[in-house]
Design a protein around this ligand. Sequence first.
Ligand SMILES: Nc1ncnc2c1ncn2[C@@H]1O[C@H](COP(=O)(O)OP(=O)(O)OP(=O)(O)O)[C@@H](O)[C@H]1O
Ligand SMILES: [Mg+2]
Length: 258
Amino acid sequence: MTDEPLLRVSALSKFYGSRVGCDNVSFDLWPGEVLAVVGESGSGKTTLLNCLSTRLLPSSGTASYRMRDGQFRELYRMSEAERRFLMRTDWGFVHQNPADGLRMTVSAGANVGERLMAVGDRHYGKIRATAVDWLSRVEIEQDRIDDEPRAFSGGMRQRLQIARNLVTGPRLVFMDEPTGGLDVSVQARLLDLLRGLVTDLGLAAIVVTHDLAVARLLSQRMMVMKDGRVVESGLTDRVLDDPRAPYTQLLVSSILQV
Ligand SMILES: Nc1ncnc2c1ncn2[C@@H]1O[C@H](COP(=O)(O)OP(=O)(O)OP(=O)(O)O)[C@@H](O)[C@H]1O
Ligand SMILES: [Mg+2]
């Protein structure tokens, strides 16, 4: 552990023309910490996540990331090549729709192996062995390694996407509604699996979800967004058990009524 954050975000805003995407968001993310970003549809969660992962450039504000050498780098001043390198190595991005994060027409094993090759692994036997190991960690049977993800169920695809992202040992993983498209029983198992992996690997993660149960299970800290702004943030248990902002109170109570 270190006494410096992994990511420092300051006054980040993104406007789409005159429409607010996210507005004046600031926070620090610590190594090994899972932050949940919650809020209703249109509150700016995906916009924020896409800005943080540099898939989208903000209109104003800064975000700096502590590289493996300990130096902070300003994300929006990096070259495209440097950003792509970060995304391939130090970061993972788990999409809500696994098809957006997988190559659907190459085998499951290749989906995992490809990320290893991108960080310089060349030894076929070793890559395959690591792929097999990761498929088993996400509970995909070994005999499915040569199947393409389009032959997988939604839950299997999502687990494969997770393996593809985690195989390179990233330090920070962005997740946009990782359990969103799945039915309830599959969601619960996937959440258990994700929680175990995040803990075992000591991963830092930013998880976007509109599901407070996901926030409760995965995160230590959470931010509640409305109309692009952060209306409340704090330790997850505190925010959910003792919400202070009227909007959070509404969110928590409306979930309890369901
Ligand atoms: N490409 C875009 N062009 C214009 N406006 C956009 C664009 N993307 C998002 N917005 C607007 O920005 C606001 C925030 O959208 P965003 O997708 O970040 O919300 P969200 O919290 O992820 O919602 P959801 O839970 O439905 O995924 C919304 O008003 C949305 O209409
Ligand atoms: Mg979204």
